[in-house]
Design a protein around this ligand. Structure first.
Ligand SMILES: *Cc1c(COP(=O)(O)O)cnc(C)c1O
Length: 224
């Protein structure tokens, strides 16, 4: 199946899921996750009309997106992978939305760069809903207070929350928890759901779903 065909299928499934959840058509933003894929794989998806893309590494994104953006105006690029504060400058310069704000050091670094560059990417706070040691994100119990600190102490507007549930668990309780935390924190955005579970995410109120392999095909696994 071509990526353009796969994209059309995912968009159709999102429409059905929106309707089944009693949500307005178009209330869910599809982020096409193009990590590990090159410009030649991405171009057909842009030509098929997709404008919103996600990458998980700043350096990898820097290598392919400036040229793609020159070719097609109006692309929106989301950073969905962990951010180190020494990459804040590049991240603010390149991305329109950053989903992975998860500690004060990053919040402060982003604020400094946003002021310096006069660019205002939208920000989501990543929550480690499964409290996994190896995973980025703020623990659920600290999430609401952290959003409040981002606003009051760092002077940052926060658009929403993001989570990546543990791979081997039912994602529903994680999505429900993220939805509840977003409500309590007073943020509208919920970035949740990937290729295997985006319909579940939409049922729980996702405003952004991050879909990679179901559009672009499987990625080479890190283990080879
Ligand atoms: C890779 C990635 C995705 C997309 O995963 P698929 O299962 O390929 O859809 C979504 N979110 C994050 C944070 C990712 O790193």
């Amino acid at each position: 199946m071509s990526a353009a065909t796969a994209l059309a299928e995912i968009k159709a499934r999102i429409s059905v899921a929106e309707r089944d959840a009693g949500r307005p058509a178009g209330s869910v933003t599809l982020i096409a996750v193009s990590k590990t894929f090159g410009a030649d794989d991405i171009r057909p998806v842009i030509e098929a009309g997709q404008r919103v893309f996600g990458e998980n590494r700043v350096q990898e994104a820097q290598g392919k997106w400036p040229a793609l953006r020159d070719e097609t105006p109006g692309l929106e690029l989301h950073l969905i992978g962990p951010l180190q504060s020494n990459k804040a400058r590049e991240a603010v310069a390149l991305f329109d939305v950053i989903h992975t704000v998860d500690r004060d050091k990053i919040a402060a670094a982003l604020k400094a760069e946003m002021d310096r560059q006069g660019r205002r990417p939208k920000l989501f706070v990543q929550v480690n809903t499964g409290e996994e040691d190896q995973k980025a994100g703020i623990p659920p119990a600290e999430a609401v207070a952290f959003v409040e600190r981002c606003r009051a102490e760092h002077g940052l507007a926060i658009e929403g929350l993001m989570c990546i549930p543990p791979v081997d668990e039912n994602p529903s309780p994680h999505f429900a928890l993220l939805d509840e935390l977003a409500l309590r924190a007073g943020v509208a955005g919920r970035s949740m759901g990937m290729s295997g579970d985006f319909e579940t995410g939409i049922r729980h109120g996702a405003t952004h779903v991050r879909v990679g392999s179901a559009i672009f095909g499987s990625r080479p696994s890190p283990a080879g």
